[in-house]
Ligand binder design. Structure first.
Ligand code: ARG
Length: 479
């Protein structure tokens, strides 16, 4: 029988790892090595190694600044910067050996640096703490993640714009309460989706402004005795400002929460699209066909072609909402300043980033091959009296107050329901029973095409308006 937790679970038998506490970068005041169980419990290098690029960039800037203010010699700083560059290449090549005994990404890199360049490596951590170091790494990470996601949103938004152009004249039923409401252009529906992710994009970029503030120089929590040139570091790392308060700077994770919050809302949008794609691709609707290469089959039912991609996107939205919740709860009980709880911010942050990235990419790849079944869509729009409002508006044009027109039209609909036909299939005489104002021209108002074309409001569904919206989008360069 395996022990709980499996064969490799660390055990607390009193055994310590490494034996000698002096092996730890912080081991000076310790009389015994770390318990094996505690070492495995507290380590973060298994996941925070992902921050290696940001960590190296931050350390190089710190070293250059220390030389600028005369705390490091020019030779030491040059050795540090070159050593870090070599470690960068080593990690990028997959040749770096990460060690759990060294706890986190910061100490793994620092130890490798010292092994490479000797004493100069030991001088790097002057005037710095892992508390301001991790806060800096994370802000750099969030900044990079936002830039990456904004670019993927651009690709997806561009795909929607092209598809909307192709389908500007395609008619589908617009729904409210999931009941057929009024006919709309399929292109218009796609542009509605696009609006959602363009707002997500602006939310991400707005978050970027607040993330783009340098915490380094706050040291552990109180600032440091060295006359650090924080503005120089900010300039080297592309930060727009330096943090105002050292206690706040090492403890603040608002930027991570904002980022994951923007991710969660974005996922809510993708989840709503997914719900529609799933409904539309069901034979009960039959509005679209998803390309085979984006679907999977059933192991038992040979006829099945399942919309797994949108189903998974809808499912993954729950993960990202959970990530946001994890971060909010992580922070809510923390006193100032840094607490080790913060180590737990990384997995939700990375997970939200990865999940959104993957979902955006798979949708961007799938959208161009969305196969609209135009005839099915149009036929569905012709059902459910979707042009009833147009009949009422026709009567208003002829002088009837809207409330009376609404009533007359309602009676006509009830009559057509009984007769099991559409309004446009009633004869002129039949329609005239509901209002004497009806004339032969009524039939040019209550067709699907007329209904759509009449909705000329700015931002409305008339195909000409849809094309105008597309032209505006292309002209403004807004993706
Ligand atoms: N692994 C830590 C984190 O992710 C780094 C900072 C640790 N600081 C400390 N004093 N133990 O937040």
């Amino acid at each position: 029988m395996n022990a709980p937790g499996g064969d490799n679970a660390p055990s607390s038998t009193g055994a310590t790892v490494g034996g000698n506490p002096a092996q730890k970068l912080w081991g000076g005041r310790f009389a015994e090595g770390t318990d094996a169980l505690v070492e495995a419990f507290t380590e973060s290098v298994s996941f925070d190694r992902r921050l290696w690029r940001q960590d190296i960039a931050g350390s190089s800037a710190h070293a250059r600044m220390l030389a600028k203010i005369g705390v490091l010699s020019a030779d030491d700083a040059a050795a540090i910067v070159a050593g870090l560059a070599a470690i960068h290449d080593q990690i990028a090549a997959g040749d770096f050996v990460w060690q759990q005994t060294l706890e986190d990404v910061h100490m793994n890199i620092e130890a490798a640096l010292t092994a490479r360049i000797g004493d100069a490596g030991k001088r790097l951590h002057t005037g710095r703490s892992r508390n301001d170091q991790i806060a800096t790494d994370l802000r750099l990470y969030v900044r990079d993640a936002i830039d990456e996601l904004a670019a993927v949103i651009d690709t997806l938004a561009a795909a929607l714009l092209d598809l909307a152009e192709r389908e500007a004249d395609s008619i589908m039923p617009g729904f409210t309460h999931l009941q057929i409401a009024q006919p709309v252009s399929f292109g218009h529906h796609l542009l509605a989706w696009r609006e959602q992710i363009l707002r997500d994009r602006t939310r991400l970029l707005d978050t970027r402004k607040r993330a783009n503030v340098l915490p380094l120089g706050s040291a552990a929590l109180a600032g440091t005795v060295y006359p650090l040139d924080r503005h120089y570091v900010a300039e080297l790392l592309g930060f727009e400002a330096v943090s105002e308060n050292s206690l706040d700077a090492v403890s603040d994770r608002d930027f991570a929460i904002e980022f994951v919050s923007a991710c969660a809302l974005l996922m809510v949008h993708l989840s709503r699209w997914s719900e529609e794609l799933i409904l539309w691709s069901s034979p009960m609707f039959g509005f679209i066909k998803l390309p085979d290469r984006f679907c999977t089959g059933s192991s038992i039912m040979p006829q099945k072609k399942n919309p797994d991609v949108p189903e998974l996107v809808r499912g993954k939205s729950g993960r990202v909402i959970g990530d946001l919740n994890a971060l909010l709860v992580l922070m809510k009980g923390q006193p100032l300043a840094y607490n080790r709880d913060n180590q737990e911010d990384k997995l939700p942050l990375f997970d939200a980033h990865d999940t959104v990235n993957a979902c955006l990419r798979v949708f961007a790849a799938m959208m161009p091959s969305l196969n609209l079944q135009r005839d099915v869509c149009r036929a569905a729009a012709a059902k459910g009296f979707s042009t009833a409002t147009d009949f009422a508006d026709y009567l208003v044009r002829k002088g009837l107050p809207f409330r009376d027109a609404h009533h007359a039209c309602g009676s006509a609909v009830a009559y057509a329901v009984d007769k099991q036909c559409d309004l446009a299939e009633l004869s002129l005489e039949e329609l005239q029973r509901f209002s004497k104002l009806v004339e032969a021209d009524v039939f040019s108002y209550i067709t699907l095409e007329a209904s759509l074309a009449a909705r000329q409001t700015y931002g409305g569904t008339a195909p000409s308006q849809v094309r105008a919206a597309i032209a505006r989008a292309r002209q403004s360069g807004s993706r």
